[in-house]
Write a protein that binds this ligand. Sequence first.
Ligand SMILES: C[S@@+](CC[C@H](N)C(=O)[O-])C[C@H]1O[C@@H](n2cnc3c(N)ncnc32)[C@H](O)[C@@H]1O
Length: 242
Amino acid sequence: MQGWVVPPPKTPEKSKEELRKEREEKVRWLIRHGYLRSERIKDAMLKVPREDFIPILYKDYAYLEVPLPLPGENATISCPHSYPLFYEPLGLDKGYKFLEVGLGSGYGTALAREVVGLEGLVVSIEIDPLTFEFAKENLNNAGYHDIVLIKGDGGLGYPRMSPYDRICITAACTEVPSPLMEQLKTDGKLIAPIIEYGIQNLVLFEREKKGIRKKIICEVLYVFLKGKYGVGGSAKWITKGF
Ligand SMILES: C[S@@+](CC[C@H](N)C(=O)[O-])C[C@H]1O[C@@H](n2cnc3c(N)ncnc32)[C@H](O)[C@@H]1O
């Protein structure tokens, strides 16, 4: 799989209305291409303006299928299709307690909050202090005040709020950090990009009473997980700007 080509920074020119139309078109595209199926995830993607979670000089690219840089070291907002790619197999739904490792921009967190609704809970952990502050401000500005935001190593999870119905790791690791598997409910699901033989596969794990069931979804390309269970070194995921 090739790296991504990130477009050059530029002063934003698109109006809110233009971006709203692009968002609607993106949702239609995600449905047509089979990424987006459930009503709740579709409604969340229509509701949350992705541009509000992107640094100003990249806002016009909000609906391009490319990850964009964020403040912090190797932090990115993932491409738009990544969110249904992760959340559909997870079966993310109303009322769930959801843990996200890798808050990034806060966009995926806001989508998850819309999906789980008032009956659910979203906890998200970010290791990079700059990225954490960026996401926190984005979520505050967007009016999300009931998400539990933790600055620290997500590989350790957040036992205080465990067990979780669903866990999502948004950075690549060689195996699922053991504390995260321990904090997953029986019958819960966890999704993560897993590195094996130099490639990354998005893998869905289901914790059953008798063990863990694994299903490979597809090949992906994510920044590496840092911290105690991290990979060490950063993924060479950007080829060059144009
Ligand atoms: C692909 S980005 C996440 C994108 C995010 N879902 C969004 O919507 O913007 C991966 C994030 O994981 C963070 N990260 C890497 N290792 C981490 C760790 N051990 N704990 C918490 N966050 C980590 C990175 O700093 C980066 O912000």
